[in-house]
Design a protein around this ligand. Sequence first.
Ligand code: CA2
Length: 146
Amino acid sequence: MNVVVINGPNLNLLGTREPEIYGSDTLADIAGRCIKRGAKCGLQVGFKQSNHEGEIVTWIQDAIEDGTNALVINAGAYTHTSIAIHDALRAYNGYTVELHISNPHNREAFRHVSFVSPAADAVIAGLGIKGYELVIEMLGEKANKN
Ligand code: CA2
């Protein structure tokens, strides 16, 4: 089973600012843990980050083309704005998990709307960076059940 984890804008800054919200680990630390955890349960995990909406749309289209089994997406602030990402996710038939490090619902009102949620099978939010590994673990269990 192949999984691609897509991270949106500013998530490359993890570990450098706002540790009270996002923790002190870097995105590279998280990627390493996800890849390792995935390998343990037979998942091949790809991990990407972009500050560009169109590039994220292209990666979702790539997942459609190459038959990626599951997408995990933290679209960052594009979560709350991007119809283009919403449309691309709608075109993807694999399993889709929306992920947030913080809980957008206990933050500013502009974070309460998600264009990703209606196109996702599952949502995980507010568990910090641990959420990434938890989702990989869940996908591993799912893959090994089938
Ligand atoms: O909680 C999340 O994972 C978010 O997707 C993070 C986005 C935010 O716009 C969403 O509402 C919730 C922001 C990512 C910015 O990440 C930074 C990390 C460190 C320093 C500054 C920004």
